[in-house]
Design a protein around this ligand. Sequence first.
Ligand SMILES: *[C@@H]1O[C@H](CO)[C@@H](O)[C@H](O)[C@H]1NC(C)=O
Ligand SMILES: *[C@@H]1O[C@H](CO)[C@@H](O)[C@H](O)[C@H]1NC(C)=O
Ligand SMILES: *[C@@H]1O[C@H](CO)[C@@H](O)[C@H](O)[C@H]1NC(C)=O
Length: 483
Amino acid sequence: MFTERCVFYLLITLILIGTQHFCQHIDEVKRLIKDKEKNYDKELRPVINQSESIAVYLNFSLLSIQEVNEVKQTVTLNAYISIRWRDEKIAWEPADYDGIVEFAVNSGRFWTPPLLIINTNDKLDFIGNPSIKTRYANTGVAFYDPGLSLTVSCRLDIRFYPWDRHRCFLQFDPWHYVPEELILINQTSHVDTTFYKPNGQWDLISSGVSSIAFPHKSTSYQVVIFIERQSTYVIVNVILPVIVLSLLNLMIFFIPNVSGERISFSITLLLAVTVFMTIVADNLPKSSTPMALFSYYLLIVLVMSNCITLSVIYSLCLYHRDESEPVGSYWQCIVRVMKYQCRSKKRNSRKYQNEVPSNKSGFGHNKDDKCSTIQVDPRMVIPPFYSGNYLYVNGKKRRKVSSKRWPPRNAFSQQHSSSGENEKNECSNVKEHENSVEKHICWKDVSVAFDRICFMIFMLLLIIASVASLAYIYFGRLKDNEK
Ligand SMILES: *[C@@H]1O[C@H](CO)[C@@H](O)[C@H](O)[C@H]1NC(C)=O
Ligand SMILES: *[C@@H]1O[C@H](CO)[C@@H](O)[C@H](O)[C@H]1NC(C)=O
Ligand SMILES: *[C@@H]1O[C@H](CO)[C@@H](O)[C@H](O)[C@H]1NC(C)=O
């Protein structure tokens, strides 16, 4: 019983305390505002001793980063700024006005600090507008929180794209007031991000605020934000495709010359790289200072793709060169070097019949075979034979023949019929045939050897260029950040 009554009285007290605040009569508020507007000049700073400066406290809160435009070098933000100052002309005694402790009116009715963002890209104008409310406490403290949706120009350094980091700053200046009249004071050392909504493309890494006053000149409140690009999108959509394309570009050296597809394949890939260059270029500022290092990497890939196309054309030229032209000694040298490197591999893959020379040398007399100047001296040739599980060529044990495939399929039967089928094979026959008294190298071998060299060189160049460029960009950024 006693506790119930206690609870009841407690509730009543709480309700009374709670409603006391809202029990202000509209006429009292009107009277208060009217009284305060009397004799109030909103042009003048609201300090009674006009030789004193008025302190304006600021807190900058970032809500979101809307857009970062690398081409226009601008950053669009949503934010609000909390502004506090003490209006000595408005302070009142609550007892005189039915216990009113605060009220809110349109900010245009009393003095507000005229703040200007000087590096905005929009129209240069004072922040806030007269219809935003200012709340006044009975001590005269004013609370004014205008929202900002602004585009500021920032110098975006895209050298290390897509791992670039930018520093963007906003500067608030009280126009025409010197620090002796109005001083801006930061109440925190960083931007308030309580209501910050992350951006899908950019990470907010850190922020800072500071206020600087130059006596007799100006005072300013500066906000700095550091943003970093989320590089995953660019890596997945640009870098990896470019790398895959350049590897694909190398595969051109595996397309046989006879297929006639080589040039169109390389041109297609060249176009694909060009398209990627355009995509990247669209996202970068159209200025040369500073250039994105990534553009140089794409240029390297493009140049390499060009060189690959040129080598393919040259290789085709070599392939179709008239066999009556003698093969130069340096070409022969190259072919021998390449052949030596690839011999072991080739041996395993070549069919049995290719190992077997024909006494009649049927391949040599085929009219399609331009590589037919070789004369095999039959006296010097020991015909290949099989003994046990080994194939003997020129009296040397050449290869173990697996018992499964014994006797070797088509070992001797097809040597004549196959001779006209594939010119290249025949050339290789001659080349591979170590029994020949004079080793002959035809242009088709030169073309194949040239392809191999090109493949190796371009593969090496491409790997070095890719690793070096990307590492340079990535670590260059880290080094730059330390500064
Ligand atoms: C007004 O402020 C100035 C500077 O603070 C001070 O020197 C001066 O005495 C003040 N005047 C009055 C009337 O309080
Ligand atoms: C700014 O933020 C700090 C800490 O949150 C707070 O104490 C201060 O009153 C705020 N000032 C303004 C002007 O909002
Ligand atoms: C105002 O900014 C400066 C520089 O960032 C900082 O050192 C100082 O602590 C800040 N003031 C407050 C009250 O946080």
